[in-house]
Ligand binder design. Structure first.
Ligand SMILES: [Zn+2]
Ligand SMILES: [Zn+2]
Length: 172
């Protein structure tokens, strides 16, 4: 069954951004999010406040999932009142455009558009990761070589162990 926007009845589109799945309205830019999904990135206390305030909440828009009336909860977000619609049965929250950014400012997710890295940027990130990994491998080989040389020079495995220990600490 198609989920519909509680505000403008547009069919909602499923989007994913940084592993966060949500339904969005392409017309009015509202978003529907499941509670467990919201918990993954929104301030914990704020999510808890929503449930605490639920019994006193007034009627809201129709739930995109079950069509029953949601409850509208006014949440204090850094001094601003944000009215969020909640369907308790579906564990679903509805945020009008910009409300999610107010509710969860620490992580501005999910953004209305799913911008991805350009192929060039993705390649640069991949190359940087490979260089870092090779550098780490190189450091490890250097440490082993120094330790082996010292051991041979001093005839003391104890000195070599000390050097290896110090190198290991530096890498941390
Ligand atoms: Zn809409
Ligand atoms: Zn519902």
């Amino acid at each position: 069954m198609t989920m519909r926007c509680p505000r403008c009845r547009t069919a909602l589109e499923t989007s994913t951004s940084e592993g966060v799945r949500f339904e969005r309205c392409t017309t009015c830019h509202g978003l529907a999010l499941a509670v467990p999904v919201l918990r993954r990135f929104a301030p914990e206390q704020r999510v808890r406040d929503v449930w605490l305030d639920l019994p006193a909440a007034g009627p809201g828009g129709g739930c995109p999932s079950c069509s029953n009336a949601m409850r509208e909860i006014s949440v204090d977000c850094d001094g601003a009142k944000v009215a969020i619609d909640v369907c308790k049965a579906c564990q679903l929250l509805w945020f009008d455009a910009k409300e999610l950014e107010q509710f969860s400012p620490e992580r501005q997710a999910p953004p209305p558009r799913t911008d991805r890295l350009s192929p060039k940027a993705a390649e640069a990130v991949a190359v940087a990761e490979i260089v870092a990994r090779e550098q780490m491998q190189q450091d490890r080989e250097d440490a082993a070589a120094i330790a082996a040389a010292l051991w041979l020079a001093s005839g003391s495995s104890f000195a070599a162990l000390l050097v290896m220990k110090r190198l290991a600490e530096q890498r941390r």
